[in-house]
Design a protein around this ligand. Structure first.
Ligand code: NAG
Ligand code: NAG
Ligand code: NAG
Ligand code: NAG
Ligand code: NAG
Length: 376
């Protein structure tokens, strides 16, 4: 979908001057850039605030279809940026459709292999649920549900000069070895970029994803539905083929925030602490961040900013199951080097992060958010 934008594309040029005192070629050579791809929603701003707070320069946000449809997510990205004067960061609309998956195909798979507690954008359409302020699922992917914009409906629109995948390709050529690709939704855009340009993955700095759970099947069976929900892995399952393309590409490094993303939870007390410094983001976080869910995307963002947050990780060879006939369609499978099949690669699989440090990063990012005035 193409949208017009009321805002000029200031992102990369203004952001490049973020550390103005240091903005000499020498300093820029080790500058850490990122493109953050996600299924954005009302309280989905924390990952990019964590990145900005960690001195990562965000070249742009990209939208994908995972929890809801891409066009709705792109508008949430624009809206949440507007909420904090961050509209100098451009939003590039990604692919609306997974490579081959569709709601119909997914729902047919569920009839054979069992329902997921969280079906993301492929949950059946429910107009009543939407009218209550929830993002759209199934049905027409281009419809916009205004009731879900609790952060305010945006004035601007996503950047329409190019696609998210093409923007990713352009940026890794502009800043080789310096651009992190962060993906906390489906990997569709990343896979498109990989296939579009054979140099794309190797020119990036790394790929950091939220998703990719292992060894949790017994817990899904014996735990509560909520516990099973935590292991749904919708990000990879929405687009299994894209997940495989992205996670087997030759990025210099791939970090998987899978099981670890379920480690640290927000609490009411933490929300109140955050709100003790009021601003649009701490207020939106207080009102709309759901305490039932762990810091999924935030954990992945913090690991992108500061890999030393990880206190237990391992290196494994990783594949994604792309057999539609499998109950693990879209899930990962890991191997040791000696037993790994050809065509897959080593990834950095994180098991545990320093919880306090993660919470401190989130708190600081929310209490003292950067705005375009700081980035200019
Ligand atoms: C893209 O955005 C520009 C500038 O905001 C606008 O003039 C143009 O009509 C848009 N194009 C499409 C196809 O939406
Ligand atoms: C955003 O900018 C406007 C105009 O400069 C200013 O009035 C407002 O306080 C700013 N808001 C934030 C959250 O920085
Ligand atoms: C649709 O959403 C409404 C409101 O949340 C809910 O009560 C109802 O059970 C949902 N319908 C289906 C078929 O899930
Ligand atoms: C990938 O990144 C992690 C975290 O920074 C690091 O521990 C690991 O050694 C890196 N792997 C490679 C192959 O560079
Ligand atoms: C690291 O995590 C793995 C997987 O949960 C666990 O088996 C192992 O005991 C952990 N190691 C340490 C040092 O905590």
């Amino acid at each position: 979908m193409l949208w017009s934008t009321s805002l000029p594309l200031l992102g990369s040029s203004l952001l490049a001057l973020a550390t103005s005192a240091l903005a000499v070629p020498q300093a820029r050579a080790d500058k850490h850039y990122a493109i953050m791809d996600n299924d954005w929603y009302t309280a989905g701003f924390v990952p990019y605030l964590v990145a900005l707070d960690g001195d990562v320069e965000i070249l742009g946000l990209a939208s994908d279809t995972a929890n809801s449809w891409q066009p709705q997510g792109a508008l949430h990205a624009v809206a949440t940026l507007e909420a904090g004067n961050l509209s100098c960061i451009p939003v590039y609309a990604g692919a609306t459709w997974p490579l081959i998956n569709t709601p119909h195909r997914f729902q047919a798979w569920e009839m054979i292999h069992g329902k997921l507690p969280w079906e993301g954008a492929f949950a059946p359409e429910n107009k009543t649920f939407e009218a209550e302020g929830n993002d759209p699922t199934s049905g027409d992917p281009n419809r916009i549900v205004k009731e879900a914009f609790k952060e305010g409906f945006p004035k601007g629109r996503p950047e329409n000069s190019t696609s998210a995948a093409n923007f990713m390709v352009q940026m890794v050529h502009k800043y080789p070895g310096q651009v992190s690709i962060y993906s906390a939704g489906a990997l569709t855009n990343v896979a498109l970029a990989v296939r579009m340009d054979p140099q794309f993955a190797s020119l990036a700095k790394d790929l950091v994803i939220m998703g990719g759970y292992v060894d949790l099947n017994m817990l899904e069976a014996t735990g509560s539905i909520m516990l099973a929900d935590y292991q749904s892995d919708i990000n990879l399952m929405i687009d299994p083929e894209a997940s495989k393309i992205a996670l087997t590409a030759d990025f210099p490094n791939i970090t998987i925030a899978g099981n670890v993303a379920n480690q640290v939870f927000p609490t009411q007390e933490f929300k109140e602490e955050v709100l003790s410094v009021p601003n649009p983001y701490s207020e939106l976080f207080y009102k709309y961040y759901d305490l039932s869910f762990p810091f999924w995307d935030e954990t992945a963002a913090a690991l992108m900013v500061d890999p030393s947050l990880s206190i237990n990780q391992t290196s494994v060879f990783l594949d994604v199951d792309t057999s539609y006939g499998s109950p693990n369609y879209g899930n990962i499978h890991v191997y040791q080097k000696a037993l790994a099949p050809a065509g897959i690669r080593e990834v950095n699989y994180v098991f545990e992060v320093e919880a306090e440090k993660l919470k401190q990063r989130i708190k600081h990012a929310l209490q003292y958010p950067k705005s375009c005035a700081d980035l200019a």
